[in-house]
Design a protein around this ligand. Structure first.
Ligand code: TMP
Length: 208
């Protein structure tokens, strides 16, 4: 059987990933494509527990190394128990964030060594990389305004403005370095215009 495609959605806080992931799922399913929708960190029982550890505020500070290792521990569970089996069954996987988020948040945001991230990526994923990545890009201020309306901020959302500038910069750099895999979507536009850009990308993909 032909393996499914692995599509990831990336972007900073408040750029509309959830709404647009739902839109992509509906669009693909209405064209008879079987889709598994999932997210990182998370996606399986244990990976969701690791997600809670990463997102909750704790008395004891989480070290940057522990954060990085937890992100990859969740990813190892997610790959083994959800992503790889789905792809092998011919299902497409739509994933809300993946390793590009580690390069953006732990690499760009926290300033951790990119070589170390790359070593963990190769160890956990082997040669697996997304087939396509949509980057929802919007100015940091726009995204933070939207995110702050959603209620209590999690451990990442509570970071300072310049952290998110570094995250955005890293994403844009990654997109520039991998133009074959990346499509940048202007997420600062009104929702119908954002979704029009997404439809164009998906239409090109299914008519390949
Ligand atoms: P989200 O579901 O709202 O996107 O929250 C997940 C948070 O986790 C988000 O702030 C980004 C962060 N994150 C990392 O720091 N590194 C990673 O590798 C991933 C997947 C997410």
């Amino acid at each position: 059987m032909k393996p499914g495609l692995f599509i990831t959605l990336e972007g900073g806080e408040g750029v509309g990933k959830s709404t647009n992931l739902q839109f992509m799922q509906d669009w693909l399913q209405s064209r008879n494509i079987q889709v598994s929708v999932t997210r990182e960190p998370g996606g399986t029982e244990l990976a969701e527990k690791i997600r809670a550890l990463l997102l909750e505020q704790h008395q004891e500070s989480l070290t940057q190394q522990a954060e990085l290792l937890l992100v990859f521990a969740a990813r190892a569970q997610h790959l083994q128990h959800l992503i790889l089996p789905s792809l092998q069954q011919g299902r497409w996987v739509l994933c809300d964030r993946f390793t590009d988020a580690t390069y953006a948040y732990q690499g760009g945001g926290r300033g951790l060594d990119i070589q170390m991230i790359s070593m963990l990526e190769n160890t956990v994923q082997g040669s697996l990389r997304p087939d396509l990545t949509l980057l929802l890009d919007a100015p940091v201020a726009t995204g933070m305004q939207r995110a702050s309306k959603r209620g209590a901020l999690d451990r990442f959302e509570s970071e300072r403005y310049d952290f998110f500038e570094r995250v955005r910069h890293s994403y844009l750099q990654q997109a520039q370095a991998s133009p074959q895999r990346y499509r940048i979507i202007d997420a600062s536009l009104p929702l119908p215009d954002v979704q029009q850009q997404i439809v164009e990308v998906l239409t090109a993909l299914i008519t390949l």
